[in-house]
Design a protein around this ligand. Sequence first.
Ligand SMILES: Nc1ncnc2c1ncn2[C@@H]1O[C@H](COP(=O)(O)OP(=O)(O)OP(=O)(O)O)[C@@H](O)[C@H]1O
Ligand SMILES: [Mg+2]
Length: 237
Amino acid sequence: MATGVQRQVSPVTVSGLTRRFGDRAVLDGLDLEIPAGQFVALLGTSGCGKSTLLRVLADLDRDIEGEVRVARRRAIAFQAPRLMPWKRVWRNVALGLPGKPNRKRAQAALDEVGLSARGDVWPKTLSGGEAQRASLARALVREPDLLLLDEPFSALDALTRLTARELVEQLWQRHGCAVLLVTHDVDEALVLADRVLVMEAGRIGYDAEVPLDRPRNVSDPRFAALRTELLARLGVH
Ligand SMILES: Nc1ncnc2c1ncn2[C@@H]1O[C@H](COP(=O)(O)OP(=O)(O)OP(=O)(O)O)[C@@H](O)[C@H]1O
Ligand SMILES: [Mg+2]
């Protein structure tokens, strides 16, 4: 049986996942598998259940039916940085780790997101982009096999957003973790992801690989064709 080739377990295997709120099944028999290291973008109209899915995958919601298997080492970052205002930045980052606050590992994560000098300050003294980077550091500090990102850039201005996007791509390339990124931005999905999903009627209604080399070129006609296809899928013509 042993062939010398190690079979990696997928960080996400979901089958028949249903989540009801009252009579409404927001997730309705959803199936999804994400292999190790894959960067996946998840799109879908507002209210279709993207955050609900991420919360289930992060084990923040267990009121579900179906089968959900997720890598034990996983981390989530939300639209808002959600830093504890009464803890210094490095202590916020250290919250990503179990056990006693580990300054060394928190500092290494802060170095990675370009916040080396900000470990000792209070969260309220950070800019929006810096706070979001601190939140990324808190997610990365435990070196997750699965990184769940729920619209992490949407509150940032356009320029900061581009920098944050590049940072996420670099971190993904360096760490090799699987990423599931929720975004409303079709271009962002096509710049970053190996694979794009669209959620429809409580399931993954569209699932396609992005067959473009990196770094992605937004003026490539194939990029434009994919954009058009995705926008149509989202009901934007
Ligand atoms: N705790 C809850 N109780 C009742 N309904 C909920 C709850 N959480 C989510 N919902 C409902 O489930 C649906 C899906 O919500 P969800 O937050 O997953 O949408 P979303 O796809 O992330 O939307 P958006 O793009 O606007 O963030 C919504 O109609 C929402 O009102
Ligand atoms: Mg949401």
